[in-house]
Design a protein. Structure first.
Length: 241
């Protein structure tokens, strides 16, 4: 038996927190009866409806996707642009991206139908490290790189400490390749951090998400995560060392 809100989250309808709100609002029924208690547990044979729509239970699936540049981190786009789920047409589950990567950013992106898992990874307290490699304009001075490490002030507050490494520089073209590791996931955060020190990003790629790397994948490829990899991400997100 599993808690009702967890079952709803696993079905990909909503995060566990949103599922709890749906229950408290009286929008969930179990075997035809409205349920407003968060502690209730259900079995695989129970008939669950959310807002009058029968719950289709899916086995949770987890994928690592090498997102190409020029692809939207969404399940649909009003402008008809290519979205990440276009690469998963053979997958029958209703998956969606965990967080997002900008249109012009490539690299590691997770997709799943497990709302609880997605919510855990995207929570502000999540300690999952994301590693980016950026090609930036100019050659940053050491003190500017140190400011990234300590945290820079953006319009939505100061960033948390980061790990920074200058990988290479091109004096002729006046560009640098820099590795930046952060735990946060604010909108366009990496690009804004580099803009804050006066070195705008020319090209950006997320090389690693937690323990997961793009090793063996080409742009547009994906792989299903193993149970061990999923467990590692859960552990990281909850801050257990």
């Amino acid at each position: 038996m599993e808690r009702l809100q967890k079952v709803i989250a696993h079905a990909g309808i909503a995060s566990r927190r949103k599922a709890e709100e749906l229950i408290l609002e009286g929008r969930v029924t179990v075997n035809g009866k409205v349920v407003k208690e968060l502690g209730i547990k259900v079995t695989g044979s129970d008939r669950i409806e959310v807002s009058g729509i029968p719950l289709e239970r899916e086995e949770p699936v987890y994928f690592l996707f090498y997102k190409p540049r020029g692809v939207i981190s969404s399940v649909k786009d009003e402008k008809g642009r290519k979205v990440v789920t276009d690469y998963f047409e053979q997958i029958k589950q209703r998956i969606y991206p965990v967080g997002r990567l900008d249109f012009d950013t490539s690299g590691a992106l997770l997709l799943t139908n497990d709302g609880e898992f997605a919510n855990l990874l995207m929570h502000p307290s999540s300690e999952v490290e994301k590693v980016y490699v950026a090609k930036v304009k100019g050659i940053p001075a050491k003190e500017k790189l140190r400011s990234l490490e300590k945290g820079v002030h953006l319009e939505d507050g100061k960033t948390a400490p980061a790990r920074v490494k200058l990988l290479s520089l091109d004096k002729k073209k006046q560009t640098s390749i820099i590795e930046l590791a952060i735990h946060e996931g604010r909108n366009r955060q990496v690009r804004r951090m580099f803009e804050a020190i006066g070195h705008p990003v020319l090209k950006l790629k997320r090389e690693r998400y937690g323990t997961l790397t793009l090793h063996g994948l080409n742009s547009g490829d994906f792989k299903e995560l193993t149970p061990h990899e999923v467990k590692q991400l859960r552990t990281l997100a909850m801050g257990k060392k």
